[in-house]
Design a protein around this ligand. Structure first.
Ligand SMILES: *Cc1c(COP(=O)(O)O)cnc(C)c1O
Length: 477
């Protein structure tokens, strides 16, 4: 299988060739030349598989340049009940992504039982093992540099901790993350993980990462890489749980389902789109946003208008506070019949700070064929949904999952079973849970008292040179 760029001006590459990189050299995103098709016989056989075996079956279609035995070993090491152990009462860690049925036809797919209690662990844990494997084969090393305001950074650190040949330099705004998130990251004592707290806000940290990445000499010399959500391996790992959730919620492969997905960068739901393109019977892909509703606006009006960071609201579902959906280009490439010239034209406007509008083009009429619908949710909706779920079903959900449920229930077709993806656990968002329920969120046993563990962090001013000096002193390679 070869991967091509959505902008059409890059050489086709293999899975391992694009594994460690980010954007294609022409500025586009990689996608398979063609989506592998899953036959009915395969679907029937896959229904019985464990998560790890299913992951192997799905990923074999994409990572066909990794020898099967190696891929099998990597997948078996990743998808274990010991890694996804943070289940709450009533669900079984052996399922990896347990399906919680609220009532017939209404389910929550738990994707947040990994080490950082967010769905990003589903893909990031695999990425850590794939990176270690690929670097080991090439006898190479990598220094991962990133900026985080919470979820992505901790997920990356927990995926890369203790991995040979990899060091992580993670910048975060000093004092701006929740106590729980701070404790999760800073309590890691692994010598290959470097937490750097920047005096400033998230954008200061982000700007430093951009400045370092734009210094191509420094970047090449110190083997700097990233693990952002456009990474193809992350998207492909996420495809697996759409299959798993489908099998868990249905009895036969003749049935269709709806998935509701709390969205920000369009990474999670992009995997759902690809699962459907491969032949999984998905009748609806319901995209939910919070007040940052750029994607909802597109599916309602045909206009994609990213906003600047000054026009991005801070909400109580902070991991969706995104106004430029980095994976969206993958969907538009498919929507536009894989016409890279059109994608280039659309993104020349986006990259110049503008917008594009597909209403009135034939592409707009194609949207329903891709089964997407959308809606948005606000703080009051989240509070109400968290409360209702707790009162009606005794189930506690986090703020992002609440956005998904609210929009899912609003947009679902009654004939389809609805699977709402749980993207984080309530323990990460204590303040809002207290506001909604007047009580503390449930916390997995392993997370009790993490705020009291010793913390390992260096504090720096928001200065590119200081960060570069630190990397130079501590980088691998
Ligand atoms: C990252 C994240 C999202 C958004 O996922 P995308 O792939 O960016 O659309 C939603 N919820 C939580 C809890 C997250 O961490």
């Amino acid at each position: 299988m070869k991967y091509i760029s959505t902008r059409g001006n890059a050489l086709a590459k293999t899975f391992t060739e694009i594994l460690l990189g980010g954007l294609a050299p022409d500025g586009g995103l990689y996608l398979p030349e063609e989506y592998p098709q899953v036959t009915r016989a395969e679907l029937d056989a896959w229904r019985k598989l464990s998560y790890a075996d299913l992951a192997f079956a799905v990923l074999s279609k994409f990572a066909d340049d990794i020898p099967a035995n190696d891929l099998k070993r990597i997948v078996n090491k990743t998808y274990t009940p010991a890694v996804y152990c943070n289940t709450r009462t009533g669900s079984d860690a052996r399922d990896i992504t347990p399906l919680r049925t609220l009532e017939p036809g209404l389910h929550i797919l738990e994707l947040s039982n990994g080490p950082t209690l967010a769905f990003k662990d589903m893909a990031m844990q695999l990425l850590g093992n794939l990176f270690e494997y690929a670097l080991g084969r090439q006898r190479d090393e990598l220094n991962i540099l990133g900026a985080t305001s919470g979820d992505t950074g901790s997920s990356a650190e927990y995926a890369m901790r203790g991995k040979r040949g990899i060091r992580v330099f993670m910048l975060s705004p000093l004092g701006k993350m929740s106590r729980f998130q701070t404790a999760q990251m800073f309590s890691l004592q692994d010598p290959n993980i470097f937490n750097i707290a920047i005096r400033g806000v998230f954008d200061n940290a982000q700007d430093i990462v951009k400045a370092v990445s734009n210094d191509h000499t420094f970047k090449a010399k110190h083997k700097i890489g990233t693990v952002n959500s456009i990474n193809w391996a992350r998207v492909s790992a996420q495809i697996v749980y759409y299959f798993k959730g489908y099998f868990a919620a249905t009895k036969s492969n003749d049935e269709q389902v709806a998935f509701s997905v709390p969205s920000g960068n369009f990474g999670n739901i992009c995997a759902g789109h690809i699962a459907r393109m491969m032949g999984l019977p998905i009748g609806q892909l319901i995209l939910a946003t919070n007040e940052n509703d750029v994607l909802d606006e597109f599916f309602r009006t045909g206009v994609y208008r990213p906003r600047s960071s000054d026009h991005t609201y801070h909400t109580s579902s902070p991991s969706m506070d995104i106004s430029k959906a980095s994976n969206f280009e993958r969907f538009i490439f498919d929507l536009a019949g894989r016409d890279a010239a059109r994608v280039r034209e659309f993104w020349s406007r986006v990259d110049a700070g503008g917008a594009f509008d597909i209403k009135g083009t034939p592409y707009w009429d194609e949207v329903p064929h891709f089964r997407f619908v959308s809606g948005k949710s606000c703080h009051a909706d989240r509070i109400k949904t968290i409360r209702e779920l707790w009162e009606e079903y005794g189930v506690m959900i986090d703020t992002h999952t609440a956005d998904g449920l609210k929009v899912g229930l609003e947009q679902r077709r009654p004939s389809l079973p609805l699977i709402c993806l749980e993207t984080a656990q309530p323990a990460k968002f204590e303040e809002t849970i207290r506001e909604a329920l007047g009580r503390e969120p449930e916390r997995p046993a392993a997370m009790e008292g993490i705020e009291n563990l010793p913390q390992r962090v260096v504090v720096m001013v928001a200065d590119v040179h200081a960060v570069k000096d630190f990397i130079t002193q501590h980088a691998a390679g």
